[in-house]
Ligand binder design. Sequence first.
Ligand SMILES: [Zn+2]
Length: 184
Amino acid sequence: MNRDLPATDETYMGLALAQARAAMVQGEVPVGAVVVCDGQVVAVGHNCPVGGHDPSAHAEMQALRAAAQALGNYRLPECELYVTLEPCVMCAGAIMHARIKRVVFGASDPKTGACGSVVDLFAEPRLNHHADVVGGVMRDECVGILQTFFSERRAAARARRLAQSSPAAEVAGDTSVPPSETSN
Ligand SMILES: [Zn+2]
């Protein structure tokens, strides 16, 4: 943990990480977000597109929707958004529509990041809203929870493949695997 960072950013990122853990418990990619207004947490959200059958249910979207409901306003110009993973294009767009004044993220996302990793929408002068963006707050913790999730998921997939292809499944009395699937 970088002690040079302002304590408040780490405090709120810690809360976003707690949301990421809530996502992981539900089998979702662990990303969490909180919206802060005048030092008060007004909303939280975690990634849940799989369980929610909702491709837009990223942590930022959940937190932005909850914050707008809580404050009774679709614009959130006094608010800061903390999120454990760099926002994607969709979430960056929603952040702009909400007029969020500051975005703080933890881990960079080289595949879909829209704050500099793939594109930097917040540096695009033709778009009319420019939030301050800070990346890398509690990066190690934010990367770590994602690595844990994906390594556990790979291990589980390996174990499933092994159980299906190994004769040990029959020895163990598992008759649910059809012979055609045990041969490869
Ligand atoms: Zn997103």
